[in-house]
Structures are given as structure tokens and as C-alpha cells.
Ligand binder design. Structure first.
Ligand SMILES: *Cc1c(COP(=O)(O)O)cnc(C)c1O
Length: 464
């Protein structure tokens, strides 16, 4: 690594990027694949080798990281243009009922479908072949032409059973022989009897957002059982410790996303219901559905609701986080279909985390929309702190909190509503309890995996 010079002198620890808003590293689209990068007082241009949104965002994160590490801009310009796509990540696994699985659950584009079908053809273990395929993203063709090509490809490969998951594929391929369509991954898992798969090779190929790893996990042979022991007493202890930092009337929401940070969400959710938490937070709709199916009655917020899951969420009384105008509009359409009245939603503001959320440029339209409907009701307004665990970023955290106070007051004044306001996560509760407002969101701290030694002195590990 001689090709670049490292500037160690002035590394500051907080870096963020944006294509639209204020940020330390700002990307400006010039033309085609050319972007200008504005960073502190510097500015340079870079040619991005890809144009799909996920790749563009990945490259932005990558450039920001390189800048944070003090890498020369000339070196960055040179190396970024040389990036190439990771071709395939096909994995062969043993499935239940003597099936063989080809797990390609991370990508879906036309080119890689061809490669995967070739690979399927080469697997001679079973004569019977099944393909489970999601909607195809990143193709460059119109949907009609794309699915025509996909249909031909599947037929030429003599696939015995084709399962399409997603609104587009189930629409365009519905007349294909041996085809069965489902609207979503959840829809498939709930309605398809997996025991029908027997002695066959199954190619599982889906766009990232379809989370096909859930299908893989259902179909994979379980060679050994892993036993996870969780100390529920430690969880109660940790919960009470963070509670002790709060006023008695402050509400709590507990994040059990990623299946309770790997701790098994049902047992924890039950314990939390006993402790009377006000809300549970999950990352995806299916996690909320699983909790409902196991009998959890608490209010549940889904933090990353996919549009395709709105209908399911409504059926299971799961409340969406709303982070953008398009998402709000889609949810309202669904809400009207279900004749909802004052269905609770949770508005997320972007005060500096720069992942998702509204900022003040959206407020006018946001207010107009909310004033014109009674299908939904703003149950809460919140934001997420990026660096509440970093003492050296105290100023930045306070800046986020102040902005949240200003923006949330503006919205509540304009809309004449009094929703719950919340911004503190685990370390926020520990370091900034004076900003607990009406509710806090406890995550990692519940499991005794905290962010500072100070915090951890008071907590117990939940994993035995
Ligand atoms: C995960 C998450 C939390 C919890 O954060 P911790 O640092 O684990 O306490 C809070 N709010 C949101 C929106 C989250 O996604």
C-alpha cells in the first residue's frame, strides 16, 4: 500500500454522506455516471462504474470511508473506476426430504439468472428441478420484455416447478406451464406446503429485499440443533436498570429486532409484556407476524416496512414507521382499501443519522397530506441518534436532539396533535436521560451488551 499517502493529523471521527442534504461528504450527480464529491473544503470528481441505486449508495459509503481514513483523492478516483461486480454467490446446501438447495438468495438480475440456471443444469443429483425466483430488479428491459425473456429461459431449461414471488413475476408469468405465483415471501411461506419438495434440486434466487434466506432456512437440513440459553433474569435486571434512569411516566419501547438481537424474540417479548413495556420494535413485518402468531398482544412497530407487506401488517395490527412521502402515500392507499380509521403510524425524522426520515423540506407536503386524511393518526414522532455512545461526539448528539425538538414542535403545532416523542436509544438513555421526552427506545442494552464500561458495570449478559 505505497500508492497513497496517509494524512493522520486531522482525522475527525464523524463522517456522513448525502446526495441531497447537508453532510460532511456531499455527492452531486453531474452527468451519466459522473459525480462531484464535496468534502470539507475539497472537491473532486469520480466516475462510478455502476448506476443502480444500491451500488451508487455502496460506493458513496466506500468513498466516505476512504476519506475518513485520509486516503488521497487521486487514489480514490483511480480505484473506484476499477471496481467490478461480484459475480455470483451460489452455495450448494443439503435440504430437507433429500433435496439439494442452490442458495442464491442475494441477487436477482437477468444475467445472473442465466448463470444460475446453467449451474442448476449441471447438478445431476436429482432429475427433478425447481426454481424459486423473485421479481427481477436491475434489468434495463421493460417488464414485459424482461419477463418474456425469463419465461423463455425457464422453459428452455426444462424446469419442473417454477415458483414466482413478487407482484410482477406472478403477473407476467402466470400463464407459464408449471408456474405458481405468490405476492410476497411471507405469502409463499404461509401458503405453500414445503413438504411437497422431495428428491429435487431447488434453485432459490431472489432480490435482497425478498429476504429469501428465510426460505433457505426453512428448507435447509438441520444437521444439529443449537441450543441457546438466555438468562431472562439478566434481561429483567437490565430492563430495570435502564428504567431507573427514567421518570416513572416515561414510556418504553423495546427493540426486539433481528429476533431479539439473536436472543429469541418470543420469550423476550413475553417477559417484556410482563414488565408492561409500551411498544415492541421489530425490523421487518414478518418478525412482527411471528410475534402475533405466538400470542404477543403488545403494540408493535415495524421499523423497515416494505410496501409489499402493508396489507399483512394491517391484518396483524402492526404499526408502520413512516419515513418518506412515497411510503406515506402508498400506506394511505392501502389504509383506504382496508377502510382504516386513525390507524397509528410513527413518523421518523432524519436529524443526522442520514439513513431514513423526513427533514424540513418535506414538512409542507407531509402536513398537507396528514391534514387531509383520517385513515391514519400520528401516534409518535421520533428520530435516531447516530453517536449517543461516543462521548467525543456529544456536541453532534445534542445538535441532533435540538433539531428533533425544533422539528417535532413545528409538526405538532401545525397539526395540532400531541403524539409521543422519542429519540433516545440505549446509550442515549444512559448519557442523555434529560431528553427522554415521552418515550425511549431500549435496544442492545437489554441484553447486557452495552456501549461503555460505565454502562456495563450495571448490566448482566443475557447469553449464558
Ligand atoms: C435498533 C434501534 C434502536 C435501539 O438502539 P440500541 O443502540 O441498540 O439501543 C433504537 N431505535 C431505532 C430506530 C433502532 O433501529
Amino acid at each position: 500500500m505505497k500508492a497513497y499517502k496517509k494524512k493522520t493529523a486531522s482525522i475527525q471521527s464523524h463522517y456522513d454522506w448525502s446526495f441531497t442534504a447537508e453532510a460532511r461528504v456531499r455527492f452531486q450527480h453531474i452527468k451519466d455516471n459522473t459525480y462531484t464529491v464535496n468534502y470539507d473544503a475539497n472537491s473532486f470528481s469520480v466516475d462510478f462504474p455502476f448506476s443502480d441505486q444500491a451500488s451508487v449508495h455502496n460506493i458513496a459509503s466506500c468513498i466516505t470511508t476512504l476519506l475518513a481514513l485520509g486516503i488521497d483523492t487521486a487514489y480514490i478516483q483511480d480505484k473506484i473506476t476499477q471496481l467490478y461486480r461480484v459475480e455470483m454467490r451460489l452455495q450448494v446446501k443439503n435440504g430437507l426430504q433429500q433435496c439439494t438447495l442452490i442458495d442464491d438468495s442475494y441477487s436477482s438480475d437477468y444475467q445472473s439468472l442465466k448463470i444460475a440456471l446453467d449451474f442448476l443444469e449441471q447438478q445431476k443429483t436429482h432429475p427433478q428441478k425447481t426454481v424459486i425466483l423473485s421479481d427481477i430488479l436491475q434489468s434495463g428491459f421493460s417488464d414485459e420484455i424482461l419477463y418474456q425473456k425469463v419465461g423463455t429461459l425457464l422453459q428452455n431449461n426444462n424446469i419442473n416447478r417454477i415458483i414466482g414471488i413478487g407482484p410482477n413475476i406472478s403477473f407476467y408469468l402466470k400463464h407459464l406451464q408449471h408456474f405458481e405465483g405468490f405476492h410476497s415471501t411471507l405469502d409463499f411461506l404461509n401458503h405453500f406446503d414445503l413438504k411437497k419438495f422431495k428428491d429435487e434440486t431447488i434453485l432459490i434466487k431472489g432480490a435482497r429485499s425478498y429476504a429469501f434466506e428465510q426460505i433457505v432456512s426453512e428448507l435447509e437440513e438441520k444437521t444439529h440443533e443449537t441450543v441457546l440459553e438466555i438468562n431472562l433474569n439478566a434481561i429483567s435486571h437490565n430492563f430495570n436498570f435502564y428504567k431507573s434512569k427514567l421518570l416513572p411516566e416515561t414510556k418504553t419501547m423495546v427493540m426486539v429486532k433481528a429476533f431479539g438481537y439473536g436472543n429469541g424474540s418470543y420469550e423476550i417479548a413475553k417477559l417484556l409484556a410482563f414488565h408492561k413495556v409500551d411498544y415492541l420494535g421489530v425490523a421487518f413485518a414478518d418478525e412482527g407476524v411471528a410475534l402475533r402468531k405466538s400470542g404477543i398482544k403488545s403494540a408493535i412497530i415495524v421499523m423497515n416496512p416494505e410496501n409489499s407487506a402493508f396489507s399483512t401488517m394491517i391484518s396483524y395490527q402492526l404499526e408502520p414507521e413512516i419515513y418518506s412521502l412515497p411510503e406515506l402515500k402508498t400506506f394511505l392507499t392501502e389504509a383506504k382499501k382496508h377502510s382504516l380509521y386513525e390507524y397509528p403510524i410513527h413518523i421518523k425524522l432524519n436529524t443526522g443519522m442520514n439513513r431514513l426520515g423526513f427533514n424540513d423540506t418535506h414538512f409542507e407536503e407531509l402536513i398537507a397530506i396528514l391534514e387531509s386524511t383520517n385513515s391514519v393518526k400520528v401516534a409518535s414522532i421520533f428520530s435516531h441518534l447516530a453517536t449517543s455512545d461516543m462521548p467525543e461526539e456529544r456536541k453532534f448528539t445534542l445538535q441532533q436532539i435540538k433539531l428533533f425538538q425544533k422539528w417535532s414542535s413545528y409538526l405538532t403545532d401545525q397539526l395540532r396533535i400531541k403524539p409521543i416523542r422519542h429519540i433516545l436509544n440505549t446509550s442515549g438513555i444512559f448519557n442523555f436521560p434529560e431528553y427522554q421526552m415521552e418515550m425511549v427506545r431500549l435496544g442492545i442494552g437489554l441484553y447486557g451488551v452495552g456501549n461503555s464500561e460505565q454502562e456495563m458495570k450495571n448490566c448482566k449478559m443475557s447469553l449464558l
